[in-house]
Design a protein around this ligand. Structure first.
Ligand code: GLN
Length: 314
């Protein structure tokens, strides 16, 4: 029996109180300003949506407002790449936490251009490059959008061109990562094509309600949402737990205790394995680039409902 069968009204009340309390918090973190279009987002926004495997969905705050999913897109591209290449992907990217910022270049030189994991920028660029091989950027982006729309059961999901363009103009760090990996033989396509595709996937916009629904393929929702092999669901969740918040992954696992993937747009997709998919959004970020209040909301929620996969204190 899920928590919704027992106390659906209590859960809605809990979420509304949580949203109201967090929105009053003075320390909201800072919005990402290295992508100029994201610097314009109003930091005083908060939304959360939970989609249970039994189909029920509960939301609070600005839950239909769309935001830039940014690195949360890396979960969808990893699922597509694993479906295409299978374990061969792991010859080009590893499965280890990096302990470094998401856009760090330092490990690539001593580690032969093989990124630590698919969720740091270098690893995500390699993952996108693998999807691009054999397709044009337009075809690869169409495939990514098709996957996301099918996962969310919603066609009203698009790429924000202005955000993609804005990141392309200021994406010198990502260009350096891609060119370094190209020099080491780990990028197959033209760097401009791979990065153009990567910037566009990051610029996908979704609301918390859409994102929570899109995450059902990782929470083991109904048969309809078995979009990928069950073994892969487990693999992706394990990487979200160990690497989904970059150099803040240990802290997130310690405080929240469930797999999660953040993005610099302020969103987090979190999975309660076999139970629910949760999307939270608050644009202010902490020093590791993870949503400050989003993390707090997930900690409060998972503590209250005992969702940590590491056991319950009771
Ligand atoms: N952590 C993130 O969300 C980073 C994604 C962003 N598009 C970048 O490449 O810098």
């Amino acid at each position: 029996m899920s928590v919704t069968d027992k106390h659906p009204q209590d859960l809605q009340l809990f979420l509304d109180k949580l949203g109201t309390r967090l929105q009053k918090t003075p320390q909201k973190g800072s919005v990402a300003d290295y992508i100029p279009e994201l610097a314009r987002v109003d930091p005083d926004q908060f939304a959360l949506s939970i989609c249970f495997n039994d189909g029920r969905q509960f939301s609070t705050g600005n839950s239909t407002t769309k935001f830039s999913i940014q690195s949360i897109s890396k979960v969808f591209t990893l699922a597509i790449a694993l479906g295409r290449l299978g374990d061969k992907l792991w010859q080009r990217v590893r499965k280890e936490p990096s302990g470094n910022p998401f856009n760090s270049i330092i490990q690539l030189e001593t580690e032969q251009g093989i990124p630590r994991n698919p969720f740091i920028n270098a690893g995500a660029i390699v993952t996108t490059d693998s999807i691009l091989s054999g397709s044009t950027p337009k075809e690869a982006l169409a495939e990514i959008l098709m996957f996301v729309r099918a996962a969310a059961s919603d066609d009203d999901i698009y790429i924000n061109e202005a955000v993609a363009k804005s990141e392309n103009q200021t994406g010198h760090r990502n260009y350096s990562l891609a060119h370094f990996m190209k020099s080491m033989g780990n990028i197959e396509n033209d760097c401009d094509c791979t990065l153009g595709t990567y910037f566009h996937q990051c610029a996908i916009e979704m609301s918390c309600e859409q994102l929570a629904r899109a995450g059902r393929f990782l929470s083991g929702g109904t048969d309809k949402h078995h979009m990928i092999d069950k073994q892969r669901v487990r693999s992706i969740n394990s990487l979200m737990m160990t690497c989904g918040h970059y150099d803040g992954s240990g802290e997130f696992a310690y405080r929240v205790g469930i797999p999660g993937k953040s993005g610099v747009g302020g969103g987090i997709l979190a999975i309660v394995p076999n139970q629910a998919s949760i999307a939270v959004w608050s644009p202010g970020l902490d020093s590791c680039g993870n949503s400050l209040l989003g993390t707090q909301a997930l900690e409060d929620l998972s503590t209250h409902y005992n969702w940590s996969v590491f056991g319950s204190p009771a």
